[in-house]
Design a protein around this ligand. Structure first.
Ligand code: C5P
Length: 405
């Protein structure tokens, strides 16, 4: 798949750099050519001689090298590639790239490139989960960067958790996908519908009923589905997030609007209902701002909203082959999810333990259990993007098994 494709590999300074040597071999085995930039920190872990021997090319490292610049300037270096891969992508390299810093050859090449960039992060688990790193990852994703990993497991520093660089073969697979475009992804040709965010239910022109949903998890699922090649429609309640690129986004406000948008977006092969839809709305919406009168306020009369998930899951015609609901719970998470699975008529419930740690709502990580007819799978706490990728992998596998692939 990589036949004749040119990869610019930026090797950052992390212990995982030794795996990048294997990555060079893997890419070349698949027919690609590799030219490497080895950062000064990277040189502490692997030698330019090893990199050059494996890549069969000279290794670039110095922004101000007169000979390098004369032969192949940093602009040309970054543009003469079909894809830029950063592995290991350290916290420092990603911080520079996210903020447009350019004070060495690697960061300058990343800023100068007009080609897709794939990051394979590798760092200590605490560093990976640090809000500053997650902010930078988010910013890079918004700028269109691709990511593979990090994986979870034992780390060189003796700790356990997400932060290990993805294995070379997995990075090479991501390189294949990036080079061939999303059309070749595991969800190519599939239509996926995702709801995300809260709904706002107006009480009067200035007040509304809402909840703390940020839309981060739903938006991440939509992005992961698009990256896997799906034709995605994202129906989003009011969120502070930008519309993810490469999909149709329908922005709505109320639960009733959301149901209408979902119905208009069908048919779909799979639908993921991640939105935190308000269960109730004000029975009557004041045409004018409700005023204080000095007397005791009259209680707010509520009306029940339609259950979008149940409505779609129980459709006789045009039901998506796979309907996935979410359930935010603070206690007896799995038991409640099982009850909900039956009550709503959906195929899977992703139960998220919002009591597990502070800040799931609005935060960047999530602890979920995938509850289906076959049983319960509990996933470790991981960032929402990784939850999204994993869920999308499961959806792709289920649709393929369904014979609809
Ligand atoms: O019943 P509960 O709100 O806990 O169920 C959560 C699941 O149902 C989520 O998947 C949510 O998107 C969906 N839901 C819905 N319409 C509603 C309420 C919840 O689609 N009115």
């Amino acid at each position: 798949m990589q036949g004749g494709k040119r990869i610019l590999l930026v090797i950052g300074g992390g212990i995982a750099a030794y795996k990048s040597l294997e990555l060079i071999r893997e890419i070349r085995k698949r027919g690609g050519t590799v030219r490497c930039i080895l950062t000064k920190a990277g040189e502490q872990f692997v030698t330019p001689l090893s990199v050059s021997s494996l890549s069969g090319d000279k290794v670039y490292g110095d922004l101000f090298s007169l000979t390098d610049e004369a032969e192949m300037g940093h602009i040309e270096l970054s543009r003469a590639a079909d894809l830029v891969v950063v592995a290991p992508a350290t916290a420092d390299l990603m911080a520079k790239a996210a903020n447009g810093l350019a004070n060495d050859l690697a960061s300058t090449a990343l800023l100068a490139t007009d080609k897709p960039v794939l990051f394979a992060p590798a760092m200590n688990v605490r560093m990976w989960l640090h809000p500053a790193v997650q902010r930078n990852v988010d910013a890079l994703r918004r700028d269109g960067a691709l990511f593979v990993g990090p994986d979870e497991g034992e780390m060189a520093c003796g700790e356990f958790g997400p932060g290990r660089m993805a294995e070379p073969a997995r990075i090479a697979d991501a390189v294949d996908r990036a080079l061939s475009g999303p059309a070749a992804g595991p969800l190519a040709g599939k239509r996926i519908l995702v709801t995300s965010g809260p709904t706002h239910e107006p009480i009067d022109p200035v007040r509304y009923i809402a909840n703390r949903s940020s839309g981060k998890q739903g938006h991440a699922i939509a992005r992961a589905a698009a990256a896997a090649g799906a034709d995605v429609t994202l129906v989003s309640g009011p969120v502070a997030l930008p519309d993810p690129p490469g999909m149709r986004v329908i922005r709505v406000e109320t639960a009733r609007d959301m149901l209408g948008a979902v119905e208009s977006a069908l048919p779909a092969d799979a639908a993921v209902f991640c939105a935190a839809v308000a269960d109730w709305r004000a029975a009557e919406q004041g045409a004018q701002k409700i005023k204080k009168t000095g007397a005791a306020p009259s209680p707010l009369a509520l009306a029940e909203n339609p259950d979008i998930l149940a409505t779609i899951a129980r459709r006789e015609r045009g039901r998506p082959a796979l309907v996935v609901g979410f359930a935010a719970e603070t206690e007896s998470v799995i038991e409640h999810a099982k009850v909900k699975l039956a009550k709503k008529g959906c195929d899977w419930i992703v139960a998220n333990d919002v009591g597990a740690e502070d800040g799931v709502m609005g935060g960047d990580s999530n602890t979920v259990h995938l509850v289906g007819p076959a049983g319960v799978e509990s996933w470790p706490t991981m960032d929402k993007a990784r939850v999204a990728e994993r869920l999308v992998e499961r959806i792709a596998a289920a649709l393929a098994e369904d014979g609809r692939a």
